[in-house]
Design a protein around this ligand. Structure first.
Ligand code: THU
Length: 384
């Protein structure tokens, strides 16, 4: 069970690495030393001393750390407000707090920088159980000390902690502390993150699906599709749906938008009849879309609905479908064909909603059972 999520600050909750590197390059230039962005890359995420001493030593120089720190602070404070520092998904901190999971910022940066950054993220301090800076430990990242000290302060076992990082030093620090590490691709590539030992890789925190309970968050991190014998029966399988999610209206709006976007890509040179579809996965709240793709051999055509369902299965494995939106030019709006209804039957329950929307804006809503009252499920998988 995940009891605490420990967030690194720079490159995770705030976009500040580029500014830091720019100041670093300027500092070295002021000493007559020419360095470039890539000279800093291996030394990111390990605190200020490493940030400056790393590139210096690599080039056979010694620098005065006090002097470098003072230069960095004065320039950072001056330039910080002038750059776009927002990173998506930082509301995860509030959502974790509400779900009863402890949250902490564990940064190898000095306290003044952590405070300035925190203020800029807009994160409510009341949603954070702990803030740890470089002065908490002698040995900074990639040593495990700072993450271990955070776990001790929170009263959590390292195995119950999830670390969110963006740098090689940070990932190594979290892994050697015995924690699970989620890496974001804000600073390093997915292959670098994987090589450093990341258990999970997201583009940024905005990639986190909606969750409201600790159990749902755990499921997201485990990559668990929610298939469970205690779940709700969706066609041939039991799936645990999310307890709460976005309000229905908002979900439908997003699904409709995605369905129309897919509609744009419909490949229908024979029928010229374009269709877009979107399905909502019950276990993750994610939306998958598809369009119809026709074929020179007409019968090999794939409808939009099946395309969307197959996209969902390819990403999540077994799915439960809570809702299907189908958009077309047809008037009244086209319903799923019999083949699509059969594919839908495999992953739907009788009250899965099917919403049909036309270009003119006509909307019709059905329950799956109205469209296919007696679906066929193979005897071995059928539950009586
Ligand atoms: N089509 C769909 O994509 N979904 C439906 O529910 C009805 C039909 C597509 C298949 C084919 O490309 C075109 O519409 C005409 O049948």
């Amino acid at each position: 069970m995940i009891k605490a999520v420990l967030f690194d600050m720079d490159g995770v909750l705030i976009r500040s690495e580029e500014l830091s590197i720019r100041i670093g390059i300027d500092y070295f230039a002021s000493k007559g030393i020419k360095v470039s962005e890539k000279d800093f890359a291996p030394h990111l995420g390990g605190g200020e001393a490493r940030f400056f001493q790393g590139p210096a030593r690599d080039r056979g120089y010694d620098i005065d750390l006090k002097d470098a720190s003072a230069y960095f602070r004065s320039h950072y404070e001056k330039l910080f407000g002038q750059t776009d520092t927002k990173l998506p998904g930082t509301d995860i901190v509030k959502r974790l707090h509400r779900a009863g999971i402890m949250t902490a910022v564990v940064s190898s940066a000095p306290e003044w920088k952590v405070n300035a950054n925190l203020l800029a993220t807009g994160i409510d301090r009341a949603d954070l159980d702990l803030v740890v800076c470089e002065n908490a430990v002698k040995r900074n990242k990639p040593y495990p000390d700072i993450y271990l000290s955070a776990a001790i302060s929170l009263g959590a076992d390292p195995a119950e902690c999830l670390v969110a990082e963006d740098s090689v030093s940070g990932i190594m620090s979290g892994k050697s502390a015995g924690m699970r590490v989620l890496s974001l691709m804000t600073t390093i590539s997915a292959s670098e993150a994987a090589a450093a030992g990341a258990d999970l890789i997201w583009s940024d925190l905005g990639a986190c699906p909606v969750f409201t309970t600790a159990e749902e968050f755990e499921r997201i991190i485990d990559g668990d599709s929610g298939v469970s014998s205690e779940g709700v029966l969706y066609g041939a399988h039991r799936v645990k749906p999310l307890e709460r999610r976005l309000p229905d209206g908002e979900t439908e709006k997003m699904m409709t938008e995605k369905a129309w976007m897919a509609w744009e890509n419909a490949y229908a040179p024979y029928s010229h009849f374009r269709v877009g579809a979107a399905v909502l996965s019950a276990a993750t709240g994610r939306i998958y879309s598809g369009c119809n793709v026709e074929n020179s051999s007409y019968g090999a055509t794939i409808c939009a609905e099946r395309n969307a369902i197959l996209q969902a299965v390819a990403k999540e494995g077994i799915i439960g479908i809570d809702k299907l939106v189908v958009v077309s030019d047809d008037d009244p709006p086209a319903p799923p064909c019999a083949q699509c209804l059969q594919v839908l039957a495999e992953f739907s329950k009788s009250d899965t909603h099917v919403v049909l929307i036309s270009r003119k804006g006509e909307r019709r809503e059905y329950l799956f059972s109205e469209l296919l009252p007696n679906p066929f499920i193979f005897p071995d998988l059928r539950e009586s």
